[in-house]
Design a binder for this molecule. Structure first.
Ligand code: GLC
Length: 722
């Protein structure tokens, strides 16, 4: 139960000057100016308009001094910082705020702790393939213990943007294409980050993002427009954010994109009507980086002053890194364009979070030794290994190529096999690549006989002396995450060329994929003997891949995004509509002339070193929902963990409905030959849709219930609702 600080908040705010109030809404990133003749902003413009190259920009950045704008801090003009993750700097700045400003209001320190802080765990898209809310919460808890030891109070996570377009680089940062999975993932992360008590030293506030529907950007191109019906927004994109609010998230970050022409940062319908009034959220809304100022580029604001006016009125409390509020709010309040009561609401939201975090009682990281003894604990690494193993998806395994025998002689190829820096994936800004273990190191550590060639040199010789050839191919960590959309999502030519050369030797080729998005790999699917989807798995990537390759671990990951056969199929997702002419053999049906209508690998897909059969599906009507029972049998010779997935289809409704909707999932571990019963519940209030007038309408009549190990291979029963 959250404590009520409203009296303390009001009493404090009533002491504040107008400038001090506005200062609380200012969040600074540690700007990198101080070492240039030109300002950081000017330097950015020079890069964006091509006057300097990205390489020159990066070089200049590398030489910059960190400028924390201490004089503005002393004057009470800064309320928060973004991107500082060491206790000493946090304490130094906090001391200025608490001891040298007039009211001594402590600072709030935010940081992007997306998938681990120092002990990097798999990227969210990878970890979502574990279908394991308990695991998701545990890794978030570890991230909080490390990050708070580094001085962090708030993480800009979880990201729960439903993403159905593999071209979008930020598909790597969430739980894939499904609304139920993103909801479960987000709620688990909020609980893990925030713990039982936000004021505890190892708890940090969660900031759900990006509100809303950022994953629906047109053409998969980052920062692009979002335009959709209200029905689709409410059915397919909003639920995960609501799940995070219901789980107690204390902050929200509006998305860069517009929705139907209104940028989220200035979208009162979104931030006030839905988030606050309808969902009852009373936490802090922090803009995305520079997003208030960018409303001018969007074409919704005349200038930064107009953008500031619209943003504060719409409900964006804090300005991240655009200096809009600090430059214009005073004038807007004094002119009466913005009532001071609106400013007060935003200030109260900031103060409330600072009280809830216990910062007024204890603003400092008192035990700086905690930072040293907390990072990279052995138990954290063990959990990172477990998460990495459970995130791996076995996509192909012809003639039981895998698992390999311990004495197998391995030819290992590809730079990604030894490049520790690439293990972390996108948004691991606090990580040190040296803390990651590569595949090559993991093979070495177990004394496995292998020869390594980064670029394919000595390929024939190595192949002649090897039983199996492993090609580690895919994407660098820079090819996914923010500002990393790709129009083509196939393997890079040099990777494909390597695989072709390896195939030409006649030895079995195992492809290990390091990537941050679904890739279109039809040729690999045809030619490799086995394909292991290893994403970007973090600190224990190498040992996890080794453990799966050699059978210490039976792979159990299941895809949470559809893998298209070609980029031209994007956006591609399982919960699609049937259309009046479902794609088929005859000409006049919904398909492509030059690509299949089916994906390469479907949602929920993944192989195991054993196999499962589904029998005896039973559906019963219970008080609050449908009770689903199914028998799952392990028909192979190894124990394994199966993810039982339950989908529905309503064949006829007042608006067309998807051919499948995931409504429940559970996991079951079975010994060889063992049969077990899996039990799932489908809540009645999840069985419905928004009708043409946007009224929530429960499903009626015939309902098909599909259960299986992926969205395609299922058994089905029908039931009649109401
Ligand atoms: C970035 C991202 C957001 C991140 C923020 C702070 O632009 O859009 O996800 O949390 O800036 O670094």
């Amino acid at each position: 139960m959250r404590k009520n600080y409203e009296k303390q908040i009001r009493e404090l705010r009533e002491k504040m000057t107008l400038e001090e109030k506005i200062g609380q809404l200012q969040q600074c990133g540690p700007s990198l100016v101080g070492a240039f003749e030109v300002s950081f902003e000017e330097l950015l413009d020079m890069m964006f308009d091509g006057r300097i190259s990205q390489e020159e920009f990066d070089k200049l950045m590398g030489t910059a001094e960190q400028d924390y704008r201490e004089e503005e801090l002393r004057a009470g003009k800064i309320g928060s910082y973004n991107g500082i993750g060491d206790a000493a700097t946090v304490n130094r700045l906090q001391k200025i705020a608490v001891e040298e400003t007039r009211l001594g209001i402590p600072l709030l320190f935010g940081y992007d702790v997306i998938h681990g802080f120092r002990t990097v765990t798999p990227i969210p898209l990878a970890e979502s393939c574990a279908w394991d809310p308990v695991l998701w919460e545990k890794t978030a808890r570890v991230a909080a213990e490390e990050a708070t030891a580094g001085g962090v109070h708030l993480t800009f996570a979880p990201m729960v943007d439903v993403a159905k377009d593999a071209r979008w680089g930020r598909i790597s940062e969430g739980a894939g294409e499904d609304v139920l999975l993103n909801s479960a993932y987000g709620a688990s992360k909020v609980k893990g980050f925030q713990g039982e008590d936000l004021a505890k030293e190892d708890s940090m506030a969660a900031c759900l993002k990006h509100f809303a529907a950022y994953g629906a950007i047109e053409a998969g191109r980052d920062y692009n427009r979002v335009d959709m019906s209200m029905q689709r927004l409410w059915e397919e994109y909003l639920p995960p954010y609501k799940a995070c609010v219901d789980a107690g998230a204390r902050a929200v970050m509006p998305a860069f994109n517009d929705i139907n022409g209104v940028p989220c940062t200035v979208n009162a319908r979104l931030l006030r009507d839905i988030l606050r009034k309808k969902w009852g959220f009373d936490g802090l809304v922090i803009s995305d980086s520079n997003a208030i100022a960018e409303c001018v580029s969007h074409g919704i604001a005349e200038d930064k002053k107009d953008a500031s006016r619209q943003a504060i009125l719409a409900g964006t409390d804090m300005d991240m890194s655009s200096d809009s509020y600090i430059e214009h709010l005073k004038e807007l309040i004094e002119s009466g364009e913005v009532a001071e009561s609106v400013l007060d609401e935003a200030v109260d939201d900031v103060l409330r979070l600072k009280f809830e975090l216990g910062l007024f009682e204890q603003p400092y990281q008192t035990d700086e030794a905690r930072e040293r003894r907390t990072m990279l604990k052995p138990e954290y690494r063990a959990l990172a290994l477990e998460a990495a193993e459970k995130s791996i998806v076995l996509l192909k395994n012809e003639n039981h190529t895998l698992p390999l025998k311990p004495e197998t002689r391995v030819g290992l190829f590809g730079t990604l096999a030894a490049d520790k820096g690439q293990m972390t994936g996108a948004w691991a800004i606090g990580a040190d690549p040296e803390d990651c273990v590569s595949i090559a190191e993991a093979l070495e550590a177990k004394g496995i006989s292998y020869q390594y060639s980064a670029d394919g040199a000595d390929l024939e010789k190595i192949a002649s002396e090897s039983d199996v050839l492993i090609a580690v191919v895919g994407e660098s960590k820079e090819e996914s995450g923010e500002a990393a959309s790709r129009a083509g999502i196939t393997l890079h030519p040099e990777h494909l060329a390597l695989v072709r050369k390896l195939n030409a030797t006649g030895k079995p080729v195992v492809a290990v994929l390091f990537n941050g998005r679904p890739l279109a790999i039809p040729e690999l699917d045809q030619t490799a003997s086995a394909i292991v989807e290893a994403w970007h798995l973090g600190a224990e990537a190498g040992p996890a891949v080794r453990n799966v390759l050699f059978g210490d671990v039976n792979p159990s990951g299941r895809l949470t995004t559809t893998f298209p056969a070609a980029a031209g199929q994007c956006p591609m997702y399982y919960a699609h509509m049937n259309t009046g002419r479902p794609g088929g053999k005859s000409k006049f049906t919904s398909k492509y002339l030059d690509a299949p209508v089916e994906p390469l690998y479907s949602f929920g897909y993944g192989l195991s070193y054993t196999a499962y059969a589904y029998e005896e599906l039973k559906i019963e009507k219970a008080e609050n929902g449908l009770r689903v029972r199914v028998t799952v049998r392990n028909t192979g010779d190894r124990s394994g963990e199966e993810t039982v997935q339950c989908y529905v289809q309503v064949p006829c409704a007042g608006r067309v409905r998807p051919v499948r909707e995931l409504k429940a999932f559970t996991k079951i571990t079975l010994e060889p030959g063992e049969a077990g019963q899996a039990a799932l519940e489908i809540a009645y209030d999840s069985l419905g849709y928004y009708d043409r007038e946007m009224n929530w309408t429960p499903y009626e009549g015939k309902l098909k219930v599909y259960v299986g190990g992926n969205v395609k291979d299922t058994i089905v029963e029908e039931i009649h609702l109401l």
